[in-house]
Design a protein around this ligand. Structure first.
Ligand SMILES: [Zn+2]
Length: 267
């Protein structure tokens, strides 16, 4: 599941790979993309920058066109050296310049928008946790402003509250904030809601520095066990790292995404 830190890592890597030079080759083998004639519309255009907003990717071209990609659960972008022929399996789109090649796999959302066209899905998004000047208190207020009976662990996944947080960061953020994911958001106070925004933003920023890998917990020196990277996520039935109580997990929210939590540390 791509989370916000992957998008921001992509913004750096993909911009570096192909920005500033004309696209010499645009290849869109995925049949669902054919009606958009992306190759004819984009060849020769120049990428100015790629921006990530939550899980959305926006490639802004000199012509004013915007290529909008959303990775949902399984999509991925890759960057390659110049003149590489990316593997065809699952390939949706290739953008190549004389300096580098980027390729998109498994879609599932790619739209090429004409200059000035609205980006309705993006305009409805809450503040990006990795955006400039993100204000955790403002995120906290947004969190408290949505339906008061919604559970915290469901509400933080709402992209209208904050974009970029996925299922792993959901559980990890609420553990570090000490907040029970099953409480209604209407019961949070301002400090609690603000701490959720602040911790989520810190975890995502660390993920970007870690090149997109999610690591929220580090073992004490000498006790390293490979693959252990989280406080509670994926640790059902195992002892809480703080108090030893078995970690619990259960599906939550309308999409039934699994939430992990410590019933003793989170209130
Ligand atoms: Zn605990």
């Amino acid at each position: 599941m791509p989370e916000g830190q992957v998008s921001h890592r992509n913004a750096i890597v993909l911009t570096r790979a192909i920005a500033g030079s004309p696209l010499t080759r645009v290849h869109a083998p995925e049949p669902r993309l054919v009606p958009q004639r992306i190759d004819a519309r984009l060849t020769g255009d120049v990428l100015e920058r790629m921006e990530a907003q939550g899980k959305h990717h926006l490639f802004r071209f000199r012509s004013g066109r915007v290529l909008h990609s959303h990775l949902r659960m399984g999509g991925v972008w890759r960057a390659y050296p110049a003149a590489t022929e990316p593997p065809e399996r699952g390939l949706w789109l290739v953008l190549a310049t004389d300096h580098g090649v980027v390729a998109q796999y498994r879609g599932p959302v790619i739209r090429l928008l004409e200059p000035g066209a609205p980006l309705p899905a993006i305009d409805a998004l809450g503040p990006d946790l990795l955006g400039d000047g993100v204000d955790p208190a403002a995120i906290g207020r947004l969190l408290m402003s949505i339906e008061p009976t919604r559970e915290v662990g469901d509400a933080v996944m709402d992209q209208r509250v904050m974009s970029g947080i996925g299922n792993v960061y959901k559980s990890e953020t609420l553990f570090l904030a000490g907040i029970d994911p099953w409480r209604p958001v209407g019961g949070l106070d301002g400090d609690e809601a603000g701490s959720i925004g602040r911790i989520a933003a810190e975890l995502l920023a660390t993920g970007v520095r870690d090149r997109g890998r999610i690591r929220t917990w580090r073992p004490p020196l000498g006790a390293a066990r490979p693959g252990e990277r989280t406080w509670v996520y994926g640790r059902r039935g195992r002892p809480c790292r703080r108090c030893g109580t078995p970690v619990r997990s259960r599906g939550q929210g309308t999409s039934n995404r699994t939430t992990y939590w410590c019933p003793a540390c989170q209130h």
